[in-house]
Structures are given as C-alpha cells and as structure tokens.
Design a protein around this ligand. Structure first.
Ligand code: XMP
Length: 529
C-alpha cells in the first residue's frame, strides 16, 4: 500500500482453465466482499464484478451461479444501478440479496415500493414454503435486515417462501428457473445460519464441489507461474510485509533462481527488520536476494524536513529512484512481481453510501513509474488477506512474517513527528522494540491490528536521580481494526502499560516520558505523521 499513483503496465493473462466459480455482481453494498469470503469458506471460488457487467461477458466466465449483492439505492430511483436484463436468460442460478432481490422483482415483473418503516437489525424469519435455500434449517431463523424499500408484489413464476414482521416477502423462490431472492443478509455474522444458506445455494442449488482450497490454489498458481514465465526472469520488490513475502515464497517455489528479490533498506525500518528479511529469504530459503542499503540516500533527502506530506513525497520519489537502479543491478528481467491482493483490484462501485469505494481509494496499490518496462506478475491477485496468510503459512513462512502487523511504506518517518535524523530514528527504534517485545511477551502482539511507538516533537522536563532532564516524549499507539479504515484504541492491561513505560524510560536513552494514545479513528488517524 503506497499512496503513489497506480502504474498500468501490461498484466499477464491467466492460461489455466477457469475454476468452478460464483460471480457476485456488486451493487455497492458494504458487505459485497463479505459475500465473496463466505463463498470461499464453502471452498468455492468467487469473484466480484460490477453490477453492469454484460451478460455475454458473464457467460464466458462460466459461473455456476450469480449473486446480486445488496446496495444503498432504490430500484425505482433514476440513477439506480441495474444489471443487464439478459442475465435472466442465461439459465444460471441467481440469488438476489436485499437490493439484489428487489432488483430481481423489479426486472421480472414484481413491484418494489418505499416501505413506511425501515427494517434494520435483528429480525425473526418464518419460513413458510419449500426452498432448497433453506434446506437443513428450522422454520424459524434469526436474520439481519437492513432495508427501507420492500417488495409488494411477487413476480410471476415466484412463490413467497418466508416472511418477517416487517417484510411479507422476506424470501421468494422460482425453483424451476433456480432464481431466489432474500431480503435479509446471510453473509453477516448476525445471521447465525447464514453460512448454511450460502452453502445451500452454492452446493445445493449451483451444484459446486469443494475445489477451492489453499492447497489447490498453490498448485494451480505454481503451474500458472511456470507457464507464464517460461524461461524468463522475474524481479520482485520485497518489503518484508505479508503480501510481498508470500508472493516471493510462492514464485520462488515455482521458478526457483529465475526469481530475484530486491529489498531496499530505506533506513526507516524497525529494529532488526532488514536482518530478518535477509535471514528468512536469503539464508534460510536460499533465494536470490539483492539487498540495497539506501539509508544514506533517504536520510540525506529527509534532512530538516518536518512537513509530513513533503516527507512522504521525498520518500516515494527516492524509493522509485533507488528501486530502479537496484533492479538494473539485479540483472535483466521480463517480469516484475507484486503482492497485489484481491481487495486492491476489485473495482468498487461508487454509489453514494458505499464505504467500500472509499476504502479502495485509500488503500491503493502502486508505487512504481509507468516507464518501467516490465510485465506484471501478480499471483495473489485473487486472494483476500486471510487467504494470503494461509498460503504463506502453508509455504512454511515463519509466523513472524505471516502474522506481521501492517507497517507503512514510509516506515518510521510517519512516526517521527518533526525532522527525521539518525539520533531520532535510534530513539524511536529502541522504544518501538520495547513495545513489540512486551506485546509479544503478553501474547497480544499477533492479536491486535497495530501497536507501535511514536516520537513526539517536544521535550519535557523530568528528573532522574538528582538531576533534572529535558528529554523526549514517546507515545504508545495500540489499535484494533479490521481494514485500517476505522479503528479503536486497545485497552491494554495496566501492568503491561507500566512495564512499557518503565522499560522505555530506563532503556532508551533520551526519553523521560511515555504517554498513551486513547483516540479512535475517526476522528484521529492510526499513524500520527
Ligand atoms: P492512517 O494513519 O491513515 O492509516 O489511519 C491507516 C492504515 O494504513 C497504514 N498506512 C500505510 N500503509 N503505506 C502503507 O503501506 C503508507 O503510506 C501508509 N500510511 C498509512 C497505517 O499503518 C494503517 O494501518
């Protein structure tokens, strides 16, 4: 994740047969990615496409089923997102969820109107009709609702099969054409049997097997990488983060020494990080690793710079320069590999009220200039983060890397407020080391999203022995988050906080005060910058 513009080099095309899959058409629901994950938990491959994907393109993907997601719009609204009506003639089973069901009704001759009451939260579903979607379920189910509009006329050929207090048609079915609609959200945890409903659709209705496993992914990916790369060479920018590390391990397993990893030390890494990466990849896994220590370049360019945006720009530009030179030194290659993951490539539907669209623009991929003459190799493009970690674990990468906390590209520079200097880096690095060490000892490090130290641009008075000191302040930031977009501060145990404070002040020369950041995001950000 860097905030530089996205490069558009040529992407390699998959040469393998399309796996059994379910396509989700995204109408802008904040839960669309959750639907995709639920399907993959059923061991079926799923992909998300825009709501207006033409039926002909869908047919070519040979999906076993289609799911129409929820969304914030009203089907009868002027700018409402509609799907290609030709999808109803493809003969593929369809499940419409919330807005997806309303659209199904709207396009197939039913009626949807503004409800007098919004139904939001837990609801009791009463199943009244026979539907393969509700196989193995009792007739009363707790479900999660979130809708304002409601269906008032069921389209011809459909039967109502369930209702809730506020929705007379909470589920409809046309079993002959294998078209199903549900007003509630089976994908969220608040619908306790939602997983069974999703499984009923993908296994029961769509007849999918259980072919999507991490092992099958790895086998396919290796075959595909070998097919695409042939005898050519691949360069990979290794950052030490989860995604690039897993991509490196996977590509290395496929093509061995045809891969060269380029690891740039920008001088802004955490303590022992550069050594760790060299040890794991170079020494233990015997990968070709080109190590570029550019500490001097970065620190020279950053000298005296205090403005956070300027710091970011300087670091971004310097990285491109250094990386380009380093790749040249690493030797000619046809492919540039990146650890791009699925959330980076899903084209979020930008409909007012869809937070997913915002998430996308924030976590944009990229960081390399257009003039780099490589073809991109992105073997993790189809995977969610938890799947990437599982691939890493199955490839034998250490927990330290697989479960690593997110670390920003500009590194410690966004955690040093004010100017970056070797001395200030030393202070932050040592303090941060104590935080990581104590979090690990408390068995909390891998359980929270991020924990780190921040160096403030002020000095305060303290007393050590008989002497007054005038030294630096360290802030501790620990946050819980799912995607980095929102976060809450972690209620760390007092004893742990006490140990952190004592150790940082005693062990890190130049610090005489430790504070705790108790702000959530929003309104604060995770990094201080
Ligand atoms: P903020 O500070 O915006 O951060 O609340 C949200 C998440 O993004 C990480 N972050 C970055 N990651 N390059 C990255 O790869 C960056 O430039 C960058 N800036 C922030 C941050 O650590 C948090 O997880």
């Amino acid at each position: 994740m860097s905030r530089l513009p996205k490069p558009q080099p040529k992407r390699t095309q998959s040469r393998l047969a399309i796996p059994e899959n379910i396509v989700i058409l995204d109408f802008g629901s904040q839960y669309t990615q959750v639907i995709a994950r639920r399907i993959r938990e059923c061991q079926v491959f799923s992909q998300i496409l825009r709501f207006d994907t033409p039926a002909a393109k869908l047919r070519a993907l040979k999906p076993h089923g289609l799911i129409l997601s929820g969304g914030p719009a009203s089907v009868y609204g002027k700018a409402a997102p509609h799907c290609d009506p030709a999808i109803w003639k493809l003969g593929i089973p369809v499940l419409g969820i919330c807005y997806g069901m309303q659209l199904m009704a709207h396009q197939l001759g039913g009626r949807v109107e503004k409800g007098d009451k919004r139904e939001y939260g837990h609801a009791e579903l009463e199943i009244t009709g026979d539907s393969p979607l509700f196989a193995k379920l009792d007739s009363r189910q707790k479900v999660w609702m979130s809708h304002g509009d409601k269906m008032t006329k069921v389209p011809d050929g459909f039967r109502p099969v369930a209702h809730s207090q506020n929705s007379p048609y909470a589920a409809i079915a046309n079993s002959r054409r294998r078209l199903f609609g549900i007003q509630f959200h089976p994908e969220v945890h608040h619908t306790p049997n939602g997983k069974q409903i999703v499984s009923n659709f993908v296994h029961g209705v769509c007849d999918c097997g259980r072919n999507w496993t991490i092992k099958s992914f790895i086998d396919h990916a290796i075959e595909e990488i070998r097919g695409v790369v042939g005898t050519d060479r691949v360069i990979l920018g290794l950052s030490g983060g989860v995604d690039s590390s897993v991509a490196a391990a996977l590509i290395h397993k496929a093509i061995g020494d045809q891969l060269t990893c380029v690891f740039v030390n920008n001088g802004l890494l955490r303590k022992s990080e550069a050594e760790g990466v060299r040890e794991v990849f170079g020494k233990n896994r015997h990968m070709k690793l080109h190590y570029e220590d550019a500490t001097g370049v970065f620190l020279r360019k950053l000298r005296g710079v205090t403005n956070p945006e300027r710091k970011r720009k300087i670091i971004g530009r310097a990285f491109v320069e250094v990386f380009q030179k380093a790749t040249k030194k690493a030797g000619a290659a046809r492919f540039l590999a990146q650890g791009t993951t699925y959330p980076d490539v899903i084209e979020s539907v930008s409909i007012a009220g869809n937070p997913a669209a915002m998430i996308k623009s924030h976590h944009n991929v990229g960081g390399l200039p257009k003039n780099m003459k490589f073809e991109l190799l992105e073997p993790l493009r189809a995977l969610f983060k938890d799947e990437v970690r599982e691939v890493g674990a199955q490839l034998g990468l250490p927990r330290e890397i697989v479960w690593r906390q997110p670390f920003p590209g500009p590194g410690l520079a966004v955690r040093i407020l004010g100017a970056v200097s070797p001395e200030r880096l030393r202070i932050l690095r040592e303090a941060d080391w104590v935080v990581i060490d104590e979090m690990k000892k408390a068995d909390l490090y891998y359980k929270v999203w991020q924990t780190f130290a921040v160096l403030l641009p002020v000095k305060t008075v303290g007393v050590m022995g008989d002497e007054r000191t005038y030294d630096n302040v360290i802030a501790i930031r620990a946050v819980e988050s799912v995607d980095g977009m929102t976060a809450d501060w972690v209620r760390l145990p007092y004893d742990l906080l006490a140990r952190l404070s004592t150790r940082i002040i005693n062990e890190v020369k130049g610090v005489n005060r430790v504070c705790l950041d108790i702000s959530s995001k929003p309104p604060s950000t995770i990094e201080w910058e």
